[in-house]
Design a protein around this ligand. Structure first.
Ligand code: NAD
Length: 487
């Protein structure tokens, strides 16, 4: 099956279970372009039966996949990376029409995805072990790493293409098989296109399975994942709100969970920062994918000496970003994913303005295309400034500071702990401050969004737990202790 044949056409997609596309007989739901509501696909509306079949297929495929020689697995991952690159134009178009992604954002995801596939190709060699000493004479102890079994993944709609790779790849590279439930907002780029690519690369049947569902119908599939003893881990990327619901389920069924959740991602611009670099880093960090990425910066604290010049240069740069139809290669700001997302941003902008904030640029929408918005003089109790609740869109708060210690404390007064950035010409000062951040990631002189396939991305506190890169071996394998005595 070809699940996406180009902008303007629509397909009917089915589930991918045990190495084949299921029959297109059941109910479907429409997948629409967030820009103009045009139809991108009719996707299969699955439920418990399909989820059970997918889990059974993944369980059956597990022993052979776990035993497959690392070199054989490596060839499959390398082949998938080549296919991703070869399909660049198709993928760019899909991410634009299904998720509103600009070419800049989709090519960023494609580059990262191919790089991660190539990294993961070698991870089959990684789960090595140790030989330990024992106090008992003649006994040898060995610690080895074993894959878990079936890992069930939930993928989000935002950054869908790259994040779904992370959901498949990290467990599969260490010998697990997978079942993915993509977001109903973007099922093609959050899972189905990956099935097509993995099948083309020759991955064995059952090693990856995808089940889609109609909006609001995730729970029936989630129940199967939690109730199946074969599923040994839930790999979730999404909001902390959903993670809390699933976490309670995981508690009841004692399932291991890996959680990649939201963030607040503050930036500190110190008084010795390179202003132009800071402006560039904040523009990219705050507005890539119109602010709908977990690592987008939501608030920037700027030293008083630089504040006014920073705001004026940032406003100039940000207001020049072209907004509109993301299939236009010059467009950087595409539509937000839903009307609800537009409404949330608008409410938060109005809330801040009502409390006395100053609008520097933005604050208006055309359809779902919301102009990147910068606010200053934002009172601490405005919803977008508290850091207590993720604002998932193109809204940035800029705040002046005189007291660095107070700014550092305030930047961390948030339940989130995903990414942070410090802009300074003094590397030692930056490194020193970085060590004091309670955050999974801290960049000195780079945007909060800066990401590389090999590096361990992940959060602390309400931003989740678990790491990407080869550190994911901790999440997707378990240790086995074997001892052998001489007699
Ligand atoms: P979401 O929590 O609404 O959905 C994530 C997934 O959970 C989807 O597959 C969805 O269908 C499913 N889901 C939702 N409600 C469910 C329920 N009651 N039962 C079972 N499944 C359910 O998140 P989203 O809106 O798709 O994604 C945006 C969020 O994801 C933001 O908070 C963002 O910060 C976060 N995110 C984090 C990272 C990271 O790496 N830390 C990356 C991307 C996105």
């Amino acid at each position: 099956m070809t699940i996406f044949t180009g902008a303007g056409s629509s397909t009917t997609t089915t589930h991918f279970i045990d190495g084949r596309w299921t029959d297109a007989t059941g109910p479907t739901f429409p997948v629409r372009n967030p820009l103009d509501d045009s139809l991108v696909a009719e996707a299969a509306a699955g439920g418990a039966a399909e989820a059970s079949a997918a889990v059974a297929a993944a369980r059956a495929a597990f022993p052979a996949w776990a035993e497959l020689a690392p070199g054989a697995r490596q060839r499959l991952f390398l082949s998938a990376a080549d296919i991703v690159e070869r399909r660049t134009e198709q993928l760019v178009e899909l991410m634009a029409v299904e998720g509103g992604a600009s070419r800049a954002f989709s090519t960023f995801q494609i580059r990262l995805s191919a790089a991660m596939l190539r990294q993961a190709a070698g991870w089959g060699y990684l789960p090595y072990g140790d030989v330990l000493r024992s106090d008992i004479p003649g006994r040898t102890a060995m610690v080895t790493r074993k894959p878990l079994g079936v890992v069930a993944g939930f993928t989000p709609w935002n950054g869908a293409f790259y994040l779904a790779w992370r959901t498949f790849l990290l467990p599969m590279a260490f010998g697990n098989t997978t079942v993915i439930k993509p977001s109903e907002e973007a099922p093609l780029s959050a899972g189905l296109i990956h099935a097509e690519i993995l099948a083309e690369a020759g991955f064995p049947a059952g090693t990856f399975n995808v089940v889609t569902h109609a909006p609001g119908e995730a729970a029936a599939i989630a129940d199967v994942f939690f109730d199946s003893p074969e599923v040994r881990c839930i790999n979730f990327t999404g909001s902390d709100t959903t993670a809390r619901i699933l976490g309670e389920r995981a508690g009841r069924s004692l399932k291991r969970m890996v959680l990649e959740l939201g963030g607040f991602n503050p930036v500190l611009v110190l008084d010795d920062a390179d202003l132009e670099e800071a402006v560039k880093a904040v523009t990219f960090g705050a507005f890539l994918h119109q602010g709908q990425v977990c690592m987008n910066s939501r608030k920037v604290y700027v030293a008083s000496a630089l504040h006014d010049e920073f705001v004026s240069r940032l406003a100039e740069r940000v207001s020049a970003l072209k907004a509109g139809d993301p299939t236009d290669p010059e467009v950087i700001i595409g539509p937000l994913i839903t009307d609800r997302a537009v409404q949330q941003i608008d409410e938060r902008v109005r809330d801040a303005l009502d409390r006395g904030a100053t609008l520097v640029t933005g604050g208006t929408a055309e359809g779902r295309v919301y102009r990147p918005t910068i606010l200053t003089d934002v009172p601490a109790d405005a919803i977008c400034a508290t850091g207590q609740d993720e604002t998932f869109g193109p809204l940035l708060v800029v705040q002046r500071f005189d007291d660095l210690e107070a700014a550092v404390a305030e930047a961390q007064a948030t339940p989130y702990g995903l990414s942070a950035a410090i802009m300074t010409r003094d590397r030692a000062r930056g490194l020193d401050l970085a060590q004091r951040f309670d955050s999974g990631i801290v960049h000195v002189n780079a945007p909060t969004m800066a990401s590389e396939a090999a590096l361990p991305v992940g959060g602390v506190k309400d931003s989740g737990w678990g790491r990407s890169g080869h550190y994911a071996v901790e999440d997707f394998t378990e240790l086995r202790l074997t001892t052998v005595s001489s007699e």
